[in-house]
Design a protein around this ligand. Sequence first.
Ligand SMILES: Cc1ncc(C[n+]2csc(CCOP(=O)(O)OP(=O)(O)O)c2C)c(N)n1
Ligand SMILES: [Mg+2]
Length: 372
Amino acid sequence: MPTRIAYEGKVEYLQILDEHGVLDEKLAKDTLSDEDVVELYRYMVKCRFVDETAFKLQRAKRMGTYPQNKGQEAAAIGSGFAAKRGVDWLVPCYRENAALWMHGQPMHQVFMYWMGDERGSKIPEGVCTLPLCVPIGTQMLHATGMAWAFKMRKEPRVAITYFGDGATSEGDFHEAMNFASAFQVPCVFFCQNNQWAISVPREQQMNSATVAQKALAYDMPCIQVDGNDLFAVYKASRDAIERARSGGGPAFIEAVTYRLADHTTADDARRYRDSEEVDAWMGKDPLIRLRKYLTGKGLWDDAKQAAADEAGRQTASDVVKAAEGAGVPPVTDMFDYTFETMTPEMETQRRTMRTHSLGQRPEQAGLRESAK
Ligand SMILES: Cc1ncc(C[n+]2csc(CCOP(=O)(O)OP(=O)(O)O)c2C)c(N)n1
Ligand SMILES: [Mg+2]
């Protein structure tokens, strides 16, 4: 019996700014202006300072744990810049702080979150970002549902959801992708393939040559981009977002990048990965290549770098002050923010906690009263 090809697929790879800071002018046409690039580079520098500061805070026991974003700034900033602030919704995991920040989420809230303060998840009114999401994969379903609502309400909005390479091994990922495609909802799936899911390398995590090709199974437009290339990330994100906004359905972007730091501050990556690999990726650092590009174009110099560094240090210091200055929340918060209507058991616990065994930290506002 003759056979025929029932389906054939391919995945395009996009790089516009290479590792040496050389730009493909043709591909870069109609993407970022010089002013945009300078502004976004300053943003990257600021984010790197804030990220390093969070790491130091954890080491000084002033933060519980923290997953560094170091090395993944171009992926977050390029995609965040392509989305419309206050219109599109960002649905994150935990390694795209820069994108959330660009969309108005105060960075001290992210610090508070990692300090164990749930007020870090209370996003200000008008800011279209969801709280950080540590349960791997769940947020993609939320984004799909939100995008479905946008479609039903005929709102010209797009949901962009972020996740790692490891998250694409989860059932939630496949459910979200299938639903988004079957219902053609305006959702952009943005995978930060940073090569590792804690200690599991991507090649061991999956047998497919790319992460992007998983989208082919759902007949979703997909692309693999150099995730450390601001131009490529921006172009792919803008195209996907605008297609989704104009009724073209969901899309998948695989940003190939690298986690330059440990998985979190609770990890020591030296135990499972070679320093040669890390060194090779250090050379592809998105900040270094963008600085090379800007310097080559005469748009940047040492004095500007010094000023950007100083601004970054100052911003980081302000973020710490705001996070630590928020004070200790009242104990009652854990009841008041769990359910809209408390269960009878919770009401009893709330009522009786002052006379029972919750007094571990008497300085907490709720308990200070009971000590009187
Ligand atoms: C449902 C679930 N399973 C397991 C974990 C533990 N865990 C935390 S991060 C992580 C790896 C995630 O890897 P990836 O999706 O590649 O994201 P990355 O941390 O590399 O950015 C795992 C397994 C979790 N948080 N949630
Ligand atoms: Mg990963």
